[in-house]
Design a protein around this ligand. Structure first.
Ligand code: PXP
Length: 242
C-alpha cells in the first residue's frame, strides 16, 4: 500500500529575516498560517538554545493559532524539555546543537547522555507528544533509536544534498539513506527525512518509499522570495505526491 507522504514546512528562516532588523516582520505566525493554507501537513520550528531565530513567544502564539500539527525541534536539555512539556507541541524532534554551527550539521550522538535521552523520550510520549530523533542514516543509529523508545527517526539528508549540489557521486550516500529507511520501517519506526532538501534532491529522496515525512525549510523560504510561499509549498507537495 502506498503511504501518504507528508510535508513539514520549517519556518525558522522567516524569523531569521525578522531578527536581522529587529522588527516585527516578517511574522513567523503569518508564515505558519499561509503554509497551513497552502497544503503544509505540519509546521516545524527549531527553538535553539541561543534563540537565534525562533523565540519563545513565537512558539507560544504559533501553538495557540495553528490547526495542523506543530513539530518542535529542540536539543536534549532540561530547559527545552520543560518548554516542550509546557507548550505541548504535537511532535518533538530531538536534534543535536552546537553554538558555533550555522545549521544542524549532523545527526545526534546516540552514545552520549543515552539514559537522559531515554528519559526525555519516555516523558514526552507520556504527554502524547510524538518523538523523533534526528540521526545520521546509519542502521546502528536506527536500532538505538528504536531501543530507547523513539516513535520516529528523521534521517539527516545534509550530506547527500551537499554531494548532489557539488556534482559529486551520491550513490553511496543515497543507499545509506535508503537502507536506513527500509530498516527503520521494518522495525516499526516512522521514517522521516530532512536537511538541505531542494526540488532536485527531493525528487530523488522522495522515491525512497518508507520515508513518510519530509521537513524542509531553508530552500522553501529562499524560493518564496521569487515565487511566494504558497507556490513554493505547492511545488514541493507535487514532488512528494509523485
Ligand atoms: N530537519 C531537521 C531536524 C533540521 O534540524 C532542519 C534544519 O533546521 C531541517 C529538517 C530543515 O533543513 P533545511 O532548512 O535545510 O531545509
Amino acid at each position: 500500500m502506498k503511504i501518504k507522504k507528508r510535508l513539514g514546512v520549517n519556518i525558522d528562516h522567516v524569523a531569521t529575516i525578522r531578527n536581522a532588523r529587529g522588527e516585527k516582520y516578517p511574522n513567523p505566525l503569518h508564515a505558519a498560517l499561509v503554509a497551513q493554507k497552502s497544503g503544509a501537513d505540519s509546521i516545524t520550528i527549531h527553538l535553539r538554545e541561543d534563540r537565534r531565530h525562533i523565540k519563545d513567544h513565537d512558539l507560544r502564539i504559533i501553538k495557540k493559532k495553528l490547526k495542523i500539527p506543530l513539530n518542535l525541534e529542540m536539543s536534549a536539555t532540561k530547559e527545552m524539555f520543560k518548554i516542550a512539556i509546557k507548550h505541548k507541541p504535537n511532535y518533538v524532534c530531538i536534534v543535536p546543537e552546537k553554538r558555533q554551527e550555522i545549521t544542524t550539521e549532523g545527526g545526534l550522538n546516540l552514545h552520549h547522555k543515552i539514559n537522559f535521552l531515554k528519559q526525555i523520550i519516555l516523558n514526552l510520549k507520556k504527554k502524547n507528544i510524538r518523538v523523533a530523533l534526528f540521526i545520521e542514516p546509519k542502521i546502528s543509529d536506527v536500532i538505538i533509536s528504536k531501543k530507547i523508545g523513539a516513535d520516529c527517526v528523521e534521517l539527516h539528508t545534509g550530506r547527500y544534498c551537499n554531494l548532489f549540489n557539488n556534482k559529486n557521486k551520491t550513490k553511496s550516500s543515497f543507499l545509506s539513506i535508503k537502507k536506513a529507511a527500509i530498516y527503520g520501517k521494518k522495525i516499526g519506526l516512522d521514517v522521516h527525512a530532512g536537511h538541505g532538501l531542494t526540488y532536485d534532491t527531493l525528487r530523488h529522496i522522495s522515491k525512497i518509499h518508507p520515508i513518510s515525512e519530509f521537513n524542509i525549510g531553508h530552500f522553501i523560504i529562499a524560493e518564496s522570495i521569487f515565487i511566494g510561499l504558497k507556490k513554493s509549498i505547492k511545488k514541493f507537495k507535487k514532488i512528494i505526491d509523485g
